[in-house]
Design a protein around this ligand. Sequence first.
Ligand code: G6P
Ligand code: ZN
Length: 583
Amino acid sequence: MVMFKVSKVETAPIDGQKPGTSGLRKKVKVFKQPHYLQNFVQATLNALPANQVKGATIVVSGDGRYWSKDAIQIIIKMAAANGVKSVWVGLNGLMSTPAVSAVIRERSGSDGSKASGAFILTASHNPGGPTEDFGVKYNMENGGPAPEGVTDKIYQNTTTIKEYYIAEDLPDVDLSAEGVTKFGGPEGEFDVDVFDSANDYVKLMKSIFDFEAIQKLVASPKFTFCYDALHGVAGAYANRIFVQELGAQESFLINCVPKEDFGGGHPDPNLTYAKELVARMGLSKANPEANPPEFGAAADGDADRNMVLGKRFFVTPSDSVAIIAANAVKAIPYFSSGLKGVARSMPTSAALDVVAKHLNLKFFEVPTGWKFFGNLMDAGMCSVCGEESFGTGSDHIREKDGIWAVLAWLSILAYANKDNLQNDQLVSVEDIVRGHWSTYGRHYYTRYDYENVDTGAAKELMANLVKLQASIPDVNKIIKGIRSDVAEVVKADEFEYKDPVDGSISKHQGIRYLFEDGSRLVFRLSGTGSEGATIRLYIEQYEKDPSKIGRESHEALAPLVEVALKVSKMEEMTGRSAPTVIT
Ligand code: G6P
Ligand code: ZN
């Protein structure tokens, strides 16, 4: 057995290591600076209860982006030096964020041990490569992201750190071969277990969904499908699940080979960045496709996000979670005994609220960030939840889950078509969404993103909007001067949340303007960018009248968009005449 020594390395605090919504995200060149990653990892280990480090098992893996393999070796050496007993690593260093969550919750080591947490190396949907982003976040023993109490402590530790521990002479572990490698250190044995997490993940998915029912749908020659992993880590699971388990054709999968730079693309599953899928699905005006597949879906870099498309049809993430919730009990065995409750993030449209009301379900509106759902799920208060930011999931794990969302939609389609597979036409994604709107009404919805805006300008724009909230009559005067055809604002505030489980309060979670007819304008600064500020503007309008639910979304929302841009003085303040991305 190879023996290793522990070195104590002197270091000093490095500015700017405050974790954002989902961990620490910076350019690769920032992470590569001497001691940068090491400081953050030690600060994290020091923030955890001692028994979750000493003698514990931790997971270290990620979405495979550039520099991941180096970072994994560094973290393994630091784990060894800090007295960790075992490190579990995905084959080739790959593990999707939802698979990490599943592994923490479900996997047992050969001695029955369970993992107490995970370092996840990802910057999610941000591009990768030598000049792009890297990221590290820590998930806890419930499988969910570290709560604010822990991330605050990590940050505090980064501001006072003086030394870190590392087993410099520990040889690099071969991440390309499955198996356990054992080492000996001052505190006893240390081992690294490299395994293919697709096995654990597939097992979990099979315990949730009716794979046989989905197989029947997929076997129908009328059912065509396109799954785009955008060269992210979802590719490491897609072939296994969709092709091997469900019988889909290999040609249904595109960009499913994980790449360190995501093939040069932006691994964010939306209408702007998932270009190839969007064109295949017949949604690109410049490139009309004669015969698009029935169903399309994409994932982000670490495979926790999803986008769902039908033939020439986009499903908004806000509608997606509402439709999954409305159909879960009948279409997904895991939910057959009912939903414990449902939840959405504040900027997500109120489509889910309407379903909750109809079905008499517990409902929660939380701030942006998956960790807020985790608390509700741990307390048994929520089964299905989702966000406008292309995140959908359930209490099977404590992260959103891109492939789960696709399987949920396949289940809904399989259920809707169960007596229909011999007929000429399948019930389509569009049929399901339109059917939903006619039952529950439609929430027209769009989001405008202004990326990499000057931070000062973004803060000023937000401050002005808060100031304006002091007088609702003044707001209405301004708005009527812009468009007389929008409803009155009845309430304007900054969203604040009191967690019903632990009582913690989160303030300043987005600026809201709520209109009399249920319409909303929401302004937020993104918590996941790595450079400058990103302003997000969320625009929503509810339409119950069945004769008015078939409009083009951009037409229906045009008055509210005009109001939002003018009220916020978007162009004047940011110098941007158009958003970077519209979803
Ligand atoms: C991550 C989190 C999501 C959150 C999203 C918001 O993906 O996991 O829960 O909705 O970031 O990002 P933003 O850039 O809007 O802060
Ligand atoms: Zn992600």
